[in-house]
Design a protein around this ligand. Sequence first.
Ligand code: SF4
Ligand code: SF3
Length: 553
Amino acid sequence: MFCYQCEQTLRTDTTAGCASDKGACGKDATTSDLQDILIYQIKGIAQYAQLARSVGVVDKAVDDFIQYGFFTTLTNVNFTATRFVNMIHEAARIRDSIKTKYSEAATDQGKPVEEPDGPAQFQPANNMDDILKQESVAVVNKDHDIVGEDVNGLRVLITYGMKGVCAYSHHARMLGYQEDAIDAEVERILAYLTTNPTDIEELLGQALAVGQLNLQVMDLLDRANNGTFGDQEITQVRVTPVAGKCLLVSGHDLHDMGQILEQTKDQGINVYTHGEMLPAHAYPGLKKYPHLVGNYGGAWQDQQQEFADFPGPIVLTSNCIIEPAKSYRQRIFTTGPVGWPGVRHIDNGNYAPAIQAAKALPGFKEDSEAKFITTGFGHKTVLGVADKVVDAVKSGAIQHFFVIGGCDGAKPGRNYYTELADKTPANSIMLTVGCAKYRFNQNDYGDIGGIPRLLDMGQCNDSYSAIKVASALAGAFECGVNDLPLSLMVSWFEQKATAVLLSLLAAGVKGIHLGPSLPPYLTPNLLAVLTERFDLRVNHTPEEDLQTALGQA
Ligand code: SF4
Ligand code: SF3
């Protein structure tokens, strides 16, 4: 195996990458190799899908599979090797089907039928052992020594960024939101990667195209979430348990959340959100369920202790799952792209097994002291008080905005974000998205003229909100986003954050602070380019970075 897609990848002084029997996340070599093969095949499907599109054949089911398949390989999503064997065989069937449709349409139109080479021609073996023997074509770093680390790094950046794009797009598709232009661009970029590109400038351009595509996808997802469940509203969320039977929902997928709430209605079960599901409380279409009672626990990396303590079943709807301890393995369920060997998987939208488990398990015996946090500052909420915000900036009451968001993680050094938030000046506003917020969202930072100093805009899926607010402020002050008193402190862990980073760069945002450590595929040369063109900044100490952000360095 070789995988270096996430921040917790094993690092030595000279190299980075999980390359032995098991990654730092618990992904074993078999699963990792099967994931590489699936990614390779999907690029081959994209080759044919793109050709099919050129003769007017568009098959939405093919794009569903492309995007779902990429999502399953994102960090902390799916660890079940047998699921990947099934998907590899399905990928071959889907490739054959789109190939046939393309050939027939091209022939009907009197056009020559092309036979793309590379991934499009891959034939998987029948069983897992033999498939694993085919892995050499799909190894992430296979061309590293031929093309050099910079070209390899950019190809990897594009592939990993596309995992984030596909994850966000899959969430939107779950709610019935899909756009052909997005699907076509996904196919184009994946097919581009099969051409073995080596031109650095061209690859950089394509990496920014991934960011541009992700902006479209996040816009679609924003419309999907708000269109389905209503615009986020400012909401007080209880963070302490109440007495009664209980069920915990983790991950990002609001469609799953809606189904679970509907199916647990009037069943005497209290539903709690965990991790990135916290913003669900802010949507009218979800908060209308009185049995959605609160948020339980913190960010994903604390789940082994928190899930062990939770007296009910747990449903994981997306990243981040980590190895379930024996104490709760029998009462955790996965759904959608998520998987863990031996953990029950619900793939038909029927949560009856989890509901039965909730009824059978003890639940919370008594109420804990009530404590609350606030969420629901989506872009519509914040822009609803834009006049107040603009006045506060003009009067000097607000002197700076910080976006402190992205992923949380298990490695030491993440307290950087707690310290950073705590040390921001009292005349500044913090916008946050993603699970990084759990480092500081229990703290009371007060308000500025009634505007809370900490505004939780939602999941990492809602990073689009931060971009929208920044653009609107720039419009109000008739300046560019880079001229605003605004600093972005982005916490990176997995590939959704990679896609968001590329989106920010594609939107022309400069001076982003990226941490806690850099993606290993950003080589010194690539970092130098990003620093020169985008003023990308590497984390130092919270004090130093605050000084830089505030222009006092
Ligand atoms: Fe290592 Fe991260 Fe890949 Fe897991 S996802 S194998 S921790 S780089
Ligand atoms: Fe978090 Fe996994 Fe990325 Fe959605 S839940 S931000 S790490």
